[in-house]
Design a binder for this molecule. Structure first.
Ligand code: KG4
Ligand code: ZN
Length: 330
């Protein structure tokens, strides 16, 4: 039995996953306090993790009907993410590991999102393409093996992440945070063809860019004026959302051609978006989409990735550090 811990951003997460990949429990405690600020405040996230990590681990064990004596391994997210937030999870994992003499393994957060695909479809075998689009990351990974060295990033955002674009767009439209679900709800009553927002067609290769889109929305709202912008918010939201969905689908389509891969898995909070899923399904492929709880940040995906990841020796386990960006496979 693996006890997995994930604290890379503003969700305090713990899960119990069996060695053959069954998820026995997955607890996610979201820190609503960040909504007050319109985005995640790193220092507040770290402090909240500190308060929540003990109860969340207890709850994960309780929901699995197990106690610490039933756990054989500990897995923890090492990065990328907010370094202070990550250190709280790492500290908890080290303490449990040292206290109980249990092996510890460090998992890359992106590897975790990829591994969520195996929770969705246990028979899934690489190779496949994985699009991860969340508030913190937007990237395309070519997955050739299930282990930590078996995937590589073949495209990523040059500026904002897709979820960040939704969040910033929602703020410009006065909708609140987190923006993705709010834009999707408002957009349902709008016409996606009303406004022509940029799709970053000038960006080379498989990379993404959403900063120009956000600026374009800002100018549209300014040109319309407050009253018009408010009365056309559904059309603005629908058109803005369509621009994000089209850009994501366009890169997936190009990546399928370039890699020759036939299957696509989605991950990250933006994978919950209906028009994003439809735009990808319209490419004529049936994407693997984990349940929403496994698309957004969770520890079950970290536990699932740990099945393919080696444990660290005792000295290395005590030295684990967090990393903010990129991937450290050491
Ligand atoms: O994966 P996630 O829970 O956390 C990380 O950022 O790692 O993703 C959160 C992001 C937020 O930016 C949120 O606005 C976006 O995912 N999101 C959505 C939807 N639900 C969440 N974006 C578009 N449509 C949604 N339904
Ligand atoms: Zn994530």
């Amino acid at each position: 039995m693996i006890l997995a811990i994930e604290t890379s951003c503003d969700d305090t997460c713990a899960a119990v996953v069996s060695s053959d990949g069954e998820v026995l429990s997955s607890v996610v405690s979201s820190q609503a306090i960040h909504d007050l600020y319109g985005g995640v405040v790193p220092e507040i996230a770290a402090r909240s993790h500190l308060e929540l990590i003990g109860p969340v681990v207890q709850q994960a064990l309780g929901e699995a009907g197990l106690g610490l004596p039933d756990i054989d391994r500990i897995a923890v997210t090492r990065g990328p993410g907010l370094t202070g937030a990550l250190l709280v999870g790492i500290g908890a994992a080290k303490a449990i590991s040292a206290g109980r003499g249990l092996p510890l393994c460090a998992v890359d957060h992106i590897h975790g999102h990829i591994a969520a695909s195996y929770i969705a479809e246990p028979d899934l075998k690489p190779p496949f393409l994985c699009l991860i689009a969340s508030g913190g990351h937007t990237l395309l990974a070519e997955v050739n093996e299930p282990g930590p060295a078996g995937w590589r990033v073949i495209g990523s955002t040059l500026d904002d992440a897709a979820g960040e674009a939704f969040d910033k767009g929602a703020r410009l439209l006065g909708l609140g945070y987190p923006g993705g679900p709010l834009i999707e709800r408002v957009a349902a009553a709008g016409d996606a063809g009303s406004f022509d927002f940029p799709r970053a067609n000038g960006v080379d290769g498989l990379d993404f860019s959403f900063a120009g889109l956000k600026t374009s929305l800002l100018y549209r709202i300014r040109d319309l004026g407050p009253e018009q912008a408010a009365s056309r918010s559904a059309d603005l939201a629908a058109s803005f959302q369509a621009a994000i969905a089209d850009q994501l689908a366009d890169r997936v389509s190009k990546a399928l051609v370039e890699t020759g891969l036939a299957r696509v898995a989605l991950g990250g909070g933006v994978a919950a978006n209906g028009p994003v899923r439809s735009a990808i399904a319209n490419l004529g492929i049936d994407p693997i989409v984990p349940e929403r709880i496994y698309c957004t940040d969770n520890a079950a995906m970290i536990g699932r990735a740990a099945i393919e990841t080696s444990d660290l020796d005792r000295a290395a386990a005590l030295r684990i550090d967090s990393y903010a960006t990129g991937a450290s496979r050491a």
